[in-house]
Design a protein around this ligand. Structure first.
Ligand code: HEC
Length: 166
């Protein structure tokens, strides 16, 4: 085999490898539709959020502000984590942030979710909002005016309070 053939083989191998890599990423294609039930199913069964990373610079049971819990634990999926770390300014389609809201005695009161769905709500950052009770039942979902109006205060940080994304 001459050098040229070796190079061609190597390029082919890299192309193959990156092909299977993007197939791996296609796991994201299994992202749920913007629907409270589908999202909950995804977060608890398909891709359990409690295995995700904490929101950068936060840990378990940090102190929250009104109106969320006294103690909070906030998780981000890989897409969200990448965007926050890269200071991307705007998180990518498919980014999910899940915040557990606890009472002072660490009882789970609610789980609130922001999920970026391209084209879902152009007026409000294309975020799908959901609030689940501790037992998983849906309290609010969709383009929730209450969530949107308060989070609008941080529109310049992609509607996110917890930490800078740019
Ligand atoms: C009155 C203001 C207010 C309202 C209403 C509100 N939030 Fe928040 N939200 C906050 C603040 C402040 C934080 C930062 C965490 C903290 O310190 O409590 C936050 C954090 C979050 C986070 C973590 C990501 C981030 O933005 O920092 C999620 C997810 C979230 N809220 C979802 C919701 C959902 C879903 C609703 C509606 C059901 C909602 N929020 C309603 C103020 C609000």
């Amino acid at each position: 085999m001459n050098i040229k053939q070796v190079v061609i083989l190597m390029v082919a191998a890299i192309a193959l490898l990156s092909g299977s890599f993007s197939l791996g990423l296609a796991g994201d294609a299994a992202l749920p539709k913007a629907d409270g039930k589908a999202v909950y199913e995804y977060l608890t069964t398909t891709n359990p959020y409690q295995k995700w990373a904490f929101y950068p610079a936060t840990g378990k049971f940090y102190e929250g502000r009104h109106p969320h819990g006294a103690l909070l634990t906030t998780y981000v999926n890989d897409l969200a984590l990448d965007g926050i770390r890269a200071k991307a300014g705007t998180l990518e389609d498919g980014a999910i942030i899940v915040k557990e809201n606890y009472s002072p005695d660490k009882k789970l009161g609610a789980v609130t979710v922001m999920y970026r769905v391209d084209g879902y709500d152009a007026d409000a950052g294309d975020w799908f909002w959901a609030k689940y009770k501790g037992d998983g039942s849906i309290e609010k979902e969709g383009k929730v005016a209450g969530c949107i109006s308060c989070h609008a205060a941080v529109i310049n940080n992609d509607w996110i309070f917890t930490g800078p994304v740019k």
